[in-house]
Design a protein around this ligand. Structure first.
Ligand SMILES: *Cc1c(COP(=O)(O)O)cnc(C)c1O
Length: 406
């Protein structure tokens, strides 16, 4: 028997920072004015310029750059008035910083189920809203899957629920032509290394609401220097708020902003490349028995920075054997099945600070959910090889499961 093929690439290796971004960063380092409000007369700092760029890119009136995606969500929630004890609806299938942002305000996450398409279950959302109590939904477009945003917004508008979008995986995505983050009242993005633009850590907020923009700028720690922002409302919007909004420092600095601006101008080109690697992976996995791929709806423009698939209704031993077999051949699959949180996967039941009731339909999906990153350092050939290995391992495990052929 020949040795089985092995994938030698890295699932966590992003592309290098573009040369132009490195030069912009060096310019900031040379002049030394890293703090966003440390500008000379007439100078527009990189952070303010980044906000201007991103507002233009998303078509938002206002934009604020902050320290992380998690900070962005906490800031938005606080700005819309979430406080201690408040119930905040959010996805049961998401990443830990999402319920964490809610908990950071002393508020209480109320989880909404996930469908087999990996989007928020809108029927469950209606039921949870009907339970009463929650006035805000922190909607997580987890792993870049965008739900029917028209229906979601209709449900939330009818019930007077404010929508804040977590777009950590949808920067560059859209629903029926509207950029992700522009349906809700506030859109929150992350520029952490594993997202769609890389400044190590970082976050962005967009909104059309002047009062909220002013609140978020003050919250982020503007030291009354808010007039140095460009994508911000006029000074009048701050006049009363500046006395009552606390400073909860979480600014972005000029160095990170300098690194990000040239990356944002390349985002569109990167989204196109991500789609190509995503489709290469998908076409390699279509016909694997026992594997369900996620269909992408017509109205969705997605960013294929990660890939998900389901081994529905398989015993955990089968799924874990596939994960182990793939790992031994260099293919890192993350599995949302185990109770024990590991790496970047965790289930709603693992967030014990936020009591939850079991959700059987969601549990069924999570028990079969396999996930992998698709960094742009992967070629389409890499994806074809990874798909071959996954297909091989699944077929092998499933046939061992059935026992020796008669
Ligand atoms: C990464 C991520 C965030 C924000 O993360 P930070 O690490 O705080 O920038 C938010 N939501 C989801 C779903 C994420 O994956």
């Amino acid at each position: 028997m020949s040795t089985p093929e092995r994938f030698e690439g890295s699932f966590t290796q992003q592309e290098p920072i573009p040369e132009e971004a490195i030069e912009a960063a060096l310019a900031v380092l040379h002049h030394g004015r890293l703090h966003r409000y440390n500008t000379v007369p007439g100078e527009l700092g990189e952070a303010a310029l980044l906000e201007q760029d991103f507002a233009a890119m998303t078509g938002a009136r206002y934009c604020l750059a902050v320290a992380s995606g998690g900070y962005a969500m906490g800031c938005a929630l606080r700005a819309v008035g979430v406080g201690p004890g408040d119930a905040v609806l959010t996805n049961a299938f998401t990443l830990a910083p999402v319920p964490g942002a809610i908990a950071s305000l002393g508020a209480r996450p109320v989880f909404v189920g996930v469908t087999e398409e990996l989007v928020i279950d809108l029927d469950d959302l209606e039921a949870r809203i009907a339970d009463g109590g929650a006035r805000v939904l922190l909607l997580s477009h987890m792993r870049g899957h965008v739900c029917d945003m028209d229906r979601l917004m209709a449900i939330c508008r009818a019930a007077d629920v404010t929508v804040i979008e977590d777009c950590a995986h949808t920067m560059g995505a859209a629903w029926r032509g509207v950029p992700s983050g522009r349906h809700g009242t506030v859109g929150c993005y992350s520029t952490q290394t594993y997202k769609h633009a890389n400044s190590g850590e970082g976050g962005l907020l967009v909104t059309d609401d002047a009062g909220l923009a002013a609140r978020m700028i003050l919250l982020s720690g503007s030291y009354m220097l808010y007039e140095r922002h460009i994508a911000a409302p006029p000074a009048e919007a701050f006049a009363d708020l500046r006395w009552e909004v606390p400073n909860v420092s979480g600014r972005m600095d000029n160095l990170r902003a300098a690194i990000l601006r040239p990356q944002l101008s390349r985002l569109e080109e990167r989204v196109v490349r991500w789609e190509a690697v995503y489709r290469a992976m998908e076409s390699g996995l279509w016909d694997v028995p026992g594997l369900t791929l996620i269909s992408r709806p017509e109205g969705e423009r997605f960013v294929g920075s990660s890939f998900q698939m389901l081994m529905l209704d398989q015993p955990p031993e089968v799924v874990s054997a596939v994960v182990a077999g793939c790992a031994a051949r260099g293919v890192e699959l993350k599995w949302f099945g185990p109770e024990e949180p590991a790496g970047f996967t965790s289930r709603y039941g693992a967030w014990r600070y936020a009591p939850s009731v079991p959700m059987p339909r969601t549990d069924r999906v999570l028990a079969g959910l396999l996930d992998m990153r698709l960094p742009l350092t992967f070629s389409e050939e890499d994806c074809a090889q990874i798909a071959r290995i996954i297909g091989d391992e699944i077929r092998g495990v499933m046939s061992a499961q059935r026992g020796p052929a008669a």
